[in-house]
Design a protein around this ligand. Structure first.
Ligand code: CMP
Length: 139
């Protein structure tokens, strides 16, 4: 089925001028960018977005990284978009990511792993709503 998923190009990647290179990998996989904007997250926005991780030992570092520069937030649409985007991102830790994936190609470490993508339909819907209004999404 045609699905929508939420994707972010994180500050470690935007700082290295990789917005286009990563978006091309997404498009080459057959996904369409139907919403996109560049944001500099506030502490509050980053904490709210990643609230599910608030008790994890890496939470403070995660929020610090996400507020350290611009992020490109996107909505992707396509056949099986949620799973497809996770496949092209590769494993969370770039050391474990498959050849040819975004994280294998571009990520620096588990904390600076260049991209985020929703892991399930429920989180995709929540994450899209967190960043976008309906009028910003043009399918
Ligand atoms: P992301 O998919 O954005 O979701 C949570 C993020 O926390 C994850 O990618 C990583 O960038 C970051 N993170 C940092 N350290 C860890 C860790 N030890 N385990 C999992 N995620 C981590």
């Amino acid at each position: 089925a045609v699905e929508r998923t939420f994707s972010m190009i994180k500050p470690d990647a935007t700082k290295r001028n990789l917005t286009g290179a990563i978006t091309k990998m997404i498009e080459d996989a057959g996904l369409r960018v139907i919403a996109s904007k560049r944001v500099w997250m506030s502490q509050r926005e980053a904490e709210g977005f990643y609230a599910v991780h608030k008790d994890r030992p890496f939470f403070a570092d995660l929020v610090a990284g996400m507020t350290s520069g611009p992020t490109v937030v996107q909505v992707l649409e396509g056949e099986n978009a949620i799973l497809k985007n996770r496949e092209i991102m590769g494993a969370t830790n770039p050391e474990n990511a498959a050849e040819g994936t975004i994280r294998k190609t571009h990520a620096l470490s588990i904390g600076e792993n260049s991209v985020h993508g929703s892991d399930a339909p429920e989180t995709a819907a929540e994450e899209i709503t967190y960043w976008f209004s309906q009028t910003e999404i043009v399918g």
